[in-house]
Design a protein around this ligand. Sequence first.
Ligand code: HMG
Ligand code: MG
Length: 284
Amino acid sequence: MLDQVRIIEVGPRDGIQSISASISTNNKVAYIDMLSEANCPEIEVTSFVSPKWVPQLADAEEVSGSIKQKDGITYTALVPNLKGLEKALASGYCSIAIFTAASETFSQKNTNCTIDESIRRYEEMIPSWEENNLRVRGYISTCWVCPYEGDIGAKAVVKVIQDLLDLGVHEISLGDTIGKATPEDVEYLLEIILDNWPPEIFTLHMHDTYDMAAENITVGLGMGIRILDASAGGVGGCPFAPGASGNVSTETAVRICKEQGFDTGIDFDKLKSAGTYIQSIINS
Ligand code: HMG
Ligand code: MG
């Protein structure tokens, strides 16, 4: 049997959040249903953040309540604070993602708080996520380069990893928010991280601004990483990271995994249809 790589489909959240033209709830639901049909093992459906900050995802409740959930697929919602967690729970989520950064300026621009304050916001959520037996992913943005501060040292990343693990998160996603990490940068940081922690708990979340994401995930796979974030059709970016373009496309991630001898369980043709669909909606 082939070794498995788990690809987390983040298109419905990361891919859509920064698109300025409003995408209808029906179109979002159709897109997510196509991703479910393609057997994506996990789909980050939406975020419960302030609608003033991210208007595109203001219909998080409606989208969450309208998708057809398929057995065996994990549906995840991104939340920035207790209010977001309560909304996610009310919408029935058993899996959430929280997010912070390795750069102080990015943390302020993205969530209006310092990194430590963001960790304290998440601390408030622990009783609720324990009581509800939630699975929790923790994103760290700007692990390599920040659009405001430039290069970020490994020390800052290592500190935030420890802070998130102390909170009890199950998995950590290392974000190359503006796609500026080179394969050498990825190898350098992963060597330091994997000296301290096992590869199973890490995800690579590579944006593809400079066409390096494919090489970067190949480096990660070679070093034992077995979870990747990706977006069907390569759509996306962060509204608070000037210059950020889409995530590595899920199509590319699936192809690389196959070439490297890994199985993803994703139906490539159906995935391609979902990617083409969302691109056509965005470009219409
Ligand atoms: P704030 O303005 O400091 O918060 O925002 P506040 O607590 O003062 O609340 C202000 C208003 O927001 C209030 O409403 C709250 O009720 C409301 P008002 O009284 O003015 O009517 N509010 C909320 N509403 C709905 N849901 C909530 C919520 N919380 C407060 N959860 C806050 C702080 C964190 C809320 C804000 O900064 C925010 O929503 N930021 C979201 C930023 C975001 O979504 N960024 C994109 C996702 S991260 C990303 O893309 C990176 C990633 O992909 C990895 C990578 O690539 O690096 C993950
Ligand atoms: Mg992202």
